[in-house]
Ligand binder design. Structure first.
Ligand code: LLP
Length: 415
């Protein structure tokens, strides 16, 4: 969807320069067509409608993106009442929502019980106890799945690995069995499924297959005890290509992992975030200053108007996102570090990139559709960037640029 026409980089035939001129920089730009393509490809790979795709809202929670997911037929994986409010505001149905996360508060549980979500993905015995007592108090029956920590190595960055025994997520299989027995005997709880999420940016099938096998083992034990589950939720984490490494082969996932769930006559739920939106987004930024090295050991810095507060992934995970100049120019290529205005050495968008740059040049940071805007902050007093959605050869602002007024509004008059 992103490409060059007559040496001008555009998205779905809309020149990125036109978007930057209209909304300024920095700005996030998303391609609706790219999201639709990804969703349909995944749905096809997972048996054409046999799996329930619950989009992980945390990856990109813009209302327009959530509305698009709903239109495509997605459900939603949420981790807070705030995300649930967003889903409902975007026209999503509570009945299509699964609720993950280790720290659900009483208020969040009550809200989710009242609107009637599809399933609580319970992460601890203490949470199950709280859920049961809140459901009883509100005269509801809480649909539950227990998040099993399958202790598999997803082979990903330690900060985004979640399925090892040392991680805070889920419970061991033995604990899960006890929780299911308790739930099956409770009039306030209804056993619905079993779930796991082993990590993010997972490239290999092996960890998924191993996790799935572990969950199906628990399913078998439960079935033998007369406690059936309806669904197996294998979480998200499907990698997209980056840094020269390939993404997860979702067709193979469909054939080798999803099929094992279907073969049992169970429903499969997946919770992809990044896979659906990462490559559908770019961050547009403009070069403010070029600071060339003048002595040995110095580096060449391109100081741009986007910073770590806008896009944190490079600083936080050393993530390497492709950066390209949107318009061709005749500057001599040089090796640059692309850095922001924030007062932190870790404030970089890219390091060691061979680019032809001029001051004022417009750059696009690729792969910024997931965990971009959602991780942004007001650090250094910077307003959050606007978000733009491109569809059918046109674009519209789906979140305006944050102003200083927006930031100050929450603090009244100060002292
Ligand atoms: N389900 C659960 C329970 C999760 O915790 C996550 C992500 C997902 C689904 C979606 O994972 P995905 O398909 O997007 O990989 N900020 C990090 C990623 C953190 C992911 C946390 N959990 C990053 O920028 O790489």
């Amino acid at each position: 969807m992103f490409g060059r026409v007559n040496n001008v980089m555009g998205v779905e035939d809309v020149p990125l320069v036109a978007i930057a001129d209209a909304v300024g920089t920095p700005a996030y730009v998303y391609s609706q067509g790219a999201i639709e393509d990804r969703y349909r490809r995944l749905a096809r790979a997972l048996g054409g409608g046999r799996a329930r795709i619950c989009y992980a809202v945390k990856a990109n929670a813009n209302l327009a993106i959530l509305g698009l997911m709903r239109e495509l037929g997605a459900g939603f994986d949420i981790v807070s009442a705030g995300e649930l409010q967003r889903v409902l505001r975007a026209g999503g149905a509570a009945g299509d929502v699964v609720f993950s996360g280790v720290g659900k508060s009483v208020a969040e549980i009550d809200f989710a019980l009242k609107v009637g979500i599809h399933c609580f993905n319970v992460e601890s015995e203490a949470e199950l106890e709280r859920l049961e007592s809140r459901a009883r108090l509100l005269s509801r029956v809480a649909p539950v799945s227990v998040r099993v920590n399958p202790d598999v190595d997803a082979g990903t960055h330690p900060y985004i690995s979640t399925g090892r025994r040392e991680n805070k997520f889920g419970v061991p299989e033995g604990t899960a069995l006890g929780m299911y027995r308790h739930a099956a005997a409770s009039d306030a709880l209804q056993v619905r499924g079993i779930d796991c999420h082993i990590g993010s940016q997972v490239r290999e099938l092996g960890p998924y297959a191993a996790a799935c096998e572990r969950l199906l083992g628990v399913v078998d034990t439960l079935a033998a005890e007369g406690v059936p589950v309806d669904h197996v939720d294998l979480g998200g984490g499907f990698a997209v290509p980056d840094d020269g490494e390939p993404g997860l082969d979702v067709e193979a996932y469909g054939q080798e992992v999803a099929a094992a769930v279907f073969d049992r006559g169970l429903e499969l739920i997946v919770e992809p975030g990044r896979y659906l939106v990462a490559q559908a987004g770019v961050l547009l930024t403009r070069v403010e200053y070029l600071k060339r090295a003048t002595r040995e050991g110095q580096r060449n810095f391109a100081v741009v108007d986007a910073a770590m507060n806008d896009f944190l992934r490079p600083a936080l995970y050393k993530a390497r996102h492709p950066v390209k100049a949107v318009e061709a120019n005749d500057a001599a290529p040089l090796r640059w570090d692309v850095v922001g205005p924030v007062c932190e050495t870790g404030d970089f968008l890219a390091t060691d990139r061979d680019l032809a740059l001029t001051e004022g040049a417009l750059l696009a940071v690729f792969g910024a559709g997931a965990y971009g805007m959602v991780l942004s902050s007001n650090y250094n007093g910077r307003g959050r960037a606007p978000e733009v959605l491109v569809s059918d050869g046109d674009f519209r602002v789906v979140r305006r640029r944050e102003t200083v007024g927006d930031q100050l509004a929450l603090e009244g008059e100060g002292r």
